[in-house]
Design a protein around this ligand. Structure first.
Ligand SMILES: [Zn+2]
Length: 241
């Protein structure tokens, strides 16, 4: 068993080989969606007992205020609510930031209502994400954190889980997170096709990148890979299986 706690099914060009890999290596996958149409695309893709198709609205897709109460059924049907969050870095149109905040906060409240965790994008808005998670008391998986140390420490106080993504070995902040987060609060993730090529164009994206990430975590923590993999599996099982 392996864990991919943040992947985007609809980003993969070759879904057949993706699903073959997931099945062969038993990669339990939280499949994120970007918005409602992305969620529908994911639902139309082949099913597997290892794929959990989740509804979310990514901050990049927020163009105005959204009445998220119309998505209660989708939230209830999801293992986690994601991808959600805020982005004040890559999303350049500041006039949309207040809408991002409204959508994220309201989705957190609905997630809470149905006892779901949120799978959160925090880029450039780490302090604001912290405020909303704290205010709404929403349990969260912080996906591919790349903000500052102070905000990381604040988010850690909230009992969040952190995913380690494909920049393990390429980013000092990721080393810091690995060193400073107990193993029982770490998960691995790939973030879909293209993320690996974005970090290192010489390497192809694959769900099996979570093995490389697990080995890197083991190296940084001075542990055996098997022990790290088993602990990450346990983290996933205790929350989602
Ligand atoms: Zn993502």
């Amino acid at each position: 068993m392996l864990v991919d706690a943040h992947n985007h099914l609809d980003f993969w060009r070759d879904e057949v080989s993706l699903i073959r890999t997931v099945e062969e290596y038993e990669v339990y996958t939280l499949c994120m969606s970007m918005d409602y149409s992305s969620y529908l695309r994911c639902l139309r893709m082949p099913d597997s007992r290892f794929l959990f198709k989740c509804f979310g609205i990514h901050p990049w897709r927020v163009k105005g205020s959204i009445d998220v109460s119309t998505y209660e059924d989708e939230v209830r049907a999801s293992k986690v609510v994601g991808e959600v969050g805020l982005d004040f870095h890559w999303a350049k149109d500041r006039s949309k930031y207040s809408h991002q905040v409204q959508v994220f906060r309201d989705l957190c409240l609905i997630a809470n209502k149905y006892d779901k965790m949120v799978n959160v994008h925090t880029k450039g808005a780490e302090a604001e994400v912290y405020d909303i998670l704290k205010e709404t008391m929403t349990p969260a998986i912080i996906h591919w954190y790349d903000g500052g140390v102070d905000d990381f420490n604040k988010l850690k106080e909230l009992d969040t889980l952190f995913t380690i993504s494909v920049d393990a070995g390429y980013n000092e902040m990721t080393d810091y997170i690995i060193k400073n987060t107990p193993l029982d609060r770490l998960l691995t993730e790939t973030d879909g096709e293209g993320s690996m090529e974005w970090v290192d164009p010489a390497k192809k994206s694959s769900p099996l990148r979570v093995v490389d990430i697990g080995k890197y975590i083991a190296m940084i923590k001075g542990m055996d890979y098997d022990e790290v993999r088993d602990r990450i599996n346990k983290n996933f099982i205790s929350k989602f299986l």
